[in-house]
Design a binder for this molecule. Structure first.
Ligand code: 4AD
Ligand code: MG
Length: 457
């Protein structure tokens, strides 16, 4: 029977002691001690590898040891025994090894034990074989599963919104054009969809249509931004989770966002203890304690106007201005969550001029019912709002912002036929993975990152 290494190394794995079985995987290290060889094999199911003890008792020994090297793939058959070593509970006494794919030790790029993340980005096809990228991959998987659990348990419907779109959800440019027009055939004037189309920046507007029928929905899909941001928190292609709730105001929205973040972080702490210990030891000291605090303590809630006052009081030298009316920069967001409150902060009621057209106007005439959740190290982790459900107010806003009213005709109809107060938010999934793992650069928490100048692999 084939066994995954994670299950062998778990408590249930103890039942395999004395049993025969086989494992598949990639060799991490080989130590030939003449009477025995110790082979570490990893199959991606866990951070830890399984130790194989291969006794020098057959003709096979010399041939296999010549063939076997770091990176090669093998099938090992044998008996599981209690490990003598202190690092693991179980190991395999090998009776037979089959080398499935050899690996040239001279050229294999992962020969060394440690590599910089910059270097690993140049071998994105091989980097999941490293401890750190393997751990990131398992935590990313857990976060995505926990996301579905959270919303499904609460009766939200998962809906798939289009990737190709003609409308600009954020009303702020920065989109990738999608076209079949061939620049070599300028006489050909009809584009595939008969109008300019783009890769979506957000599934929200389509999501709203479904919330205004199904009550509670969420999307979880890729989104695209053509902004030229070479930062550790921006990608040109990233994944976003966008819940949308009908009959819900900004307070309900804040509550949902806080519960969601607590739920998924707790899920990772509960289900990925080995990977989290790895991050705590090698990536960000104290991250487990920091995340436990996120789960256990209420988030801070402050309005934008109050936040500006806090920034003024701080007497800190910031690079960017922070007077009422300007958009907050990452340095301000991080000051608030990292230094001042030392926990996630929900910032609400931003000036209307710095936020998207669809956000609901507050009675003060100056602010909108917006919210951002700011977290230590990252800054903005998610952003959302109550949506403008009043038809005439929304129409005025669209004209005022110089947007094309015609292209939003269906979005406006949602306000004409059975309009309801509704709210939602968008979580940057990669920022969530960064927040949960402590990884410094967003390019290292998505399998194949897309950023200016890079679409390799
Ligand atoms: O704040 P944003 O632009 O909000 C929206 O798109 C809304 N339609 C969401 C909604 O209300 N349904 O983006 C949401 C989140 C940000 O808070 C950030 O975490 C992430 O998406 N994000 C990015 N992540 C990686 N790379 C980028 N270029 C990102 N731009 C935004
Ligand atoms: Mg935002």
């Amino acid at each position: 029977m084939r066994l995954k290494i994670a299950s062998l190394l778990s408590d249930e794995g103890q039942s395999q002691i004395g049993q025969e079985g086989h494992v598949y995987g990639w060799v991490r290290t080989v130590r030939d001690q003449k009477a025995f060889a110790f082979i570490e094999v990893n199959d991606g199911s866990s951070l830890a590898s399984l130790q194989l003890v291969f006794a020098n008792t057959s003709d096979q020994y010399a041939t296999i040891l010549q063939e076997i090297s770091t990176g090669c793939s093998i099938k090992a058959h044998g008996t599981f025994v209690t490990s003598q070593g202190k690092n693991q509970k179980i190991e395999m006494q090998v009776t037979q090894i089959e080398v499935i794919g050899t690996c040239d030790a001279e050229t294999y790029p992962l020969q060394k034990k440690r590599h910089s993340f910059e270097f690993l980005r140049t071998i994105a096809h091989l980097r999941p074989r490293t401890n750190s990228l393997g751990a990131v991959t398992r935590v990313r998987n857990a976060l995505s599963f926990a996301t579905h659990c959270f919303f499904q348990e609460r009766g939200f419907f998962y809906i798939q919104t289009p990737i190709i779109t003609a409308s600009d959800a954020e009303g702020a440019g920065k989109m990738f054009r999608v076209t079949t027009l061939d620049e070599k055939k300028p006489q050909d004037k009809t584009d595939f969809f008969g109008k300019p189309t783009f890769l979506t920046v957000s599934g929200q507007l389509n999501g709203e249509a479904y919330a205004c029928a199904m009550s509670d929905i969420y999307t979880f899909g890729p989104t695209f931004r053509a902004e030229n941001s070479n930062t550790s928190r921006h990608l040109a292609e990233f994944w976003m989770i966008e819940p949308e709730m009908a009959f819900a105001d900004l307070l309900d929205n804040q509550e949902c966002a806080e519960q969601y973040l607590k739920y998924v972080v707790k899920y990772v702490l509960d289900h990925c203890p080995e990977d989290m210990r790895f991050f705590d030891q090698f990536i960000e000291k104290g991250i487990i304690e920091r995340l436990q605090l996120v789960v256990d303590t209420p988030f801070e809630r402050v309005t934008y106007t109050e936040a500006i006052k806090w920034l003024e009081k701080s007497n800190k030298k910031f690079e960017f201005p922070h007077h009422w009316g300007v958009d907050l920069q990452s340095e301000h967001e991080r000051y608030l969550s990292e230094e001042l409150f030392k926990k996630p902060v929900i910032l609400t009621d931003y000036p209307k001029d710095i936020k998207a057209f669809y956000m609901r106007a507050n009675d003060d005439g100056k602010t909108v019912a917006a919210m951002d959740v700011l977290v230590p190290k990252i800054g903005e982790l998610l952003g959302g709002s109550q949506r403008e459900e009043r038809l005439s107010v929304l129409e005025d806003k669209i004209s005022l912002m110089g947007l094309d009213k015609e292209s939003y005709w269906w979005y406006l109809q949602l306000r004409q036929y059975g309009s309801v107060p509704h709210s939602g938010f968008g979580v940057g999934f990669e920022r969530l993975v960064q927040f949960t793992t402590g990884m410094e650069n967003i390019r290292d928490v998505i399998p194949f990152p897309r950023y200016p100048g890079n679409a390799d692999f």
